[in-house]
Design a protein around this ligand. Sequence first.
Ligand code: AMP
Ligand code: ZN
Length: 470
Amino acid sequence: MAAMLCLFNTESREKERVFPIDGKKIRLYTCGPTIYNFAHIGNFRTYVFEDLLRRSILYFGMPVEQAMNLTDVDDKTIRGAIAAGVSLKEFTEPYKIAFFEDLQTLHIERAEHYPAATDYISEMIRLIQRLLDLGYAYAGADGCIYFAIGKFPKYGRLSHLNFDELKLNASGDNRSDEYDKDNASDFVLWKALDKERDGEIFWESPFGLGRPGWHIECSAMAMKILGESIDIHCGGVDNMFPHHENEIAQSECCSGKRFVKHWLHAEHLLVDHKKMSKSLGNFYTLRDLLQKGYSGAEVRYLLLSTHYRTQLNFTFAGLDAARSSLRRIGDLMARLQEIELQGNATILPVLEDAELQFKQALGDDLNISVALSVMFDLVRELNTRCDEKTLTVADKDGALFLFGVWNRILGCLPLESEEVVPEHLQILLHRRDEARKVKNWKASDEIRDEIFSAGYSIEDTPKGARLKKK
Ligand code: AMP
Ligand code: ZN
């Protein structure tokens, strides 16, 4: 049976087959980071899952157009900029750069679009105006514009919460961007300027000076870039309510169309069985783990090797186990390069079977545990055949090819026997490239010296600069 891709839809609570609404490509929107600090590996669990999803869609033969937003204006970014005494852009830019460096370290493929919220303010104003014109929004006594959830009877469709039990319009501050899981309330679309809170950070609009609320940012960017009806929208489970519920309400009231066909939510990364989060202070950034000597590939493997709808408790023992799993693959690759190939009983049907089983597992709501066990069964089989010296040249080529195919999805297998350059030096190399692009020779020379003193030289090749051990 040919494998097809079926994914659990949070809204229907069923596995549904994935195919493009427009018959051409999957339009995928993934809620991105708020760039007010370094992302932690809990955030990256969600982004690694989304990368696995993206690569799987491609593996099943469907082109993808993905947008991931960068939230560069909200309560947290404004608070940070004011505390640091710099402009919003000056405050967020280093975190934006760090985010892209981290994506690279984790071998996360680039999306087609990374819209920043501050580039879409006029689009947000347009949507808010439309919601006002259609009677879904109103101006509050405080000068802010609110969405009236009572006007959208489908509110709650995604998260299946029992709204009778929630405190409707409770006294909580519904102007805040922070999540409030206990209240279902009218939520803010436009925040009137509060000089004390926002300083000089505001925009002009028909509703007065101010700035957009956080939820409208995603509706505006998703619809502007990908269209009013998109195939798949994802985020972590904490995004489901109220953020995604609010996105549906705003978008569908504006367009009159179904906003998203398929919703996917990744479960949390935990530490000591509590959600890893900035506010609890129980987080590690990717940089913390690189400092401790782990590689991006090892962190990636750890984050993707548990099914996305299962919580994952982070431990260093887990990270060490990820390291040894990858080493088993690396050892086999080295062995296949060296082994004498003189057998005559071919293993090719085993490879074909493994490929199909792996694909069927992924097609079953990205069942990574089954996919990885298929891969490690094959590792065991190949090691046995190496011991028995029964492999043929075609077996070796077939096996290497298959691991190459799997790596297009897993993105972290040590297939090359090339030396592994430490990730923090890769980041330095990237920074040197950036410095050279803007002709900042002083910075580029300083970075080169730092790389040299770590024992590496820089080789300029037609494919760009790379590092070589001295
Ligand atoms: P935030 O910057 O808090 O809006 O989070 C960015 C993304 O990371 C969202 O999709 C969140 O759902 C996700 N996220 C935050 N904390 C965790 C966690 N501990 N585990 C998995 N995903 C998370
Ligand atoms: Zn969002």
